[in-house]
Ligand binder design. Structure first.
Ligand code: NDP
Length: 302
């Protein structure tokens, strides 16, 4: 089969040797030449998608596919598979746990006090005193939920369809969940339904001194609303990894706000060493004429 690797963000020097080793009988291309059977893409170079005539599968090299779905050159009727990379899932849970613990143990405050040479101690809470609310109980939200439970936190979660996850209080009504939440983690896909979901109304329903961890997409958050809630003291801190415009512009007020911790869309990166097996599994499925795993539901938008 002819396999295309096309990405301006994923590194060819990592992927191409792994692909050649795993698929010795296939031809691997880094630009479209002739007919391609499977295209592996993450921000493909301009002009790539429109040349993919007859492609049997577009395999995303990212877990989030909203940019790909919005691309006007996406060939119609071709299945798209999301990447479910165990290394990336683990990385995301580490990031979520890191931020939850930073807030729970007041480390973000102590960091600020150190800059002022100030010795001040805050009240200690047990993990079981806190409820972490997770928006999105999919591959990422589900793993983070299990690991937070293992640390002793109460966990609530929000999904589109009703869900049962052991020891997680599951909601499909967001406004019913938020008043019980101390730390809110956003792990939703960006769709027409979830755009702007972190706004004055929803964040205002959180418990006082709650923290927000947005590791999903910048479009979920209304920045002006967040800043007002931080300035009023309703929210204690926000950990933001993703922004509508990336890199975050130097003149954004978020950079210098004392209530905000910024990371450069680094919460979880695709890890080729663990992702390769999942990509190869889907290529083999195409070869055998089977349905690939983790296909995007175009109607739901994720
Ligand atoms: P999944 O598709 O596995 O899970 C998505 C979850 O969100 C599901 O539980 C789904 O509900 C829920 N959901 C979707 N739409 C709605 C809605 N309208 N209302 C309520 N719940 C909804 O996605 P992943 O866990 O794999 O990834 C989530 C997102 O994380 C990605 O789309 C991406 O944007 C982001 N991401 C960020 C990274 C970073 O480095 N910052 C890295 C990787 C991903 P249901 O269970 O009913 O389908």
């Amino acid at each position: 089969m002819n396999i295309l690797f096309a990405s301006e963000t994923e590194k060819a020097e990592f992927w191409l040797p792994l692909l050649s080793r795993a698929l010795p009988a296939d031809k691997i291309f880094s630009e479209v030449q002739g007919s391609i059977d499977v295209a592996l893409v993450a921000t493909p170079p301009p002009g790539t998608l429109e040349k993919l005539e007859g492609v049997k599968l577009i395999q995303s090299l990212w877990m989030g596919v909203e940019k790909l779905l919005a691309d006007p050159h996406l060939p119609k009727g071709v299945p798209i598979a999301r990447l479910i990379d165990p290394g990336m899932v683990a990385a995301m849970s580490e990031t979520v746990l890191g931020h939850v613990l930073d807030w729970h143990r007041h480390v973000y405050r102590y960091r600020a006090y150190q800059a002022e040479v100030k010795w001040r101690r805050h009240k200690q809470y047990l993990a079981s005193d806190r409820t972490v609310g997770i928006l999105g109980l999919g591959e990422l939200g589900g793993d983070a939920a299990r690991k937070l439970l293992a640390l002793g936190f109460n966990v609530a979660g929000f999904s589109r369809r009703p869900k049962t996850l052991e020891d997680v209080k599951c909601f499909t009504d967001l406004e019913a969940m938020l008043p019980g939440v101390d730390a809110l983690v956003c792990l939703l896909p960006l769709t027409a339904q979830t755009k702007g979901i972190l706004n004055a109304r929803t964040l205002g329903l959180l418990k006082k001194h709650a923290c927000l961890i947005n590791v999903a997409r910048g479009g979920h958050l209304v920045i002006g609303d967040l800043l007002k809630l931080l300035d009023s003291g309703h929210l204690a801190h926000a950990y933001l990894d993703v922004f509508e415009s990336e890199p975050l512009p130097a003149d954004s007020p978020l950079w210098r706000h004392p209530g905000v911790t910024i990371t450069p869309h680094s919460a979880a990166l695709t890890e080729p060493r663990t992702a390769i097996a999942r990509v190869v599994e889907n290529i083999e499925r195409v070869r055998r004429g089977e349905t690939p795993l983790h296909l995007v539901d175009f109607a739901a938008g994720y």
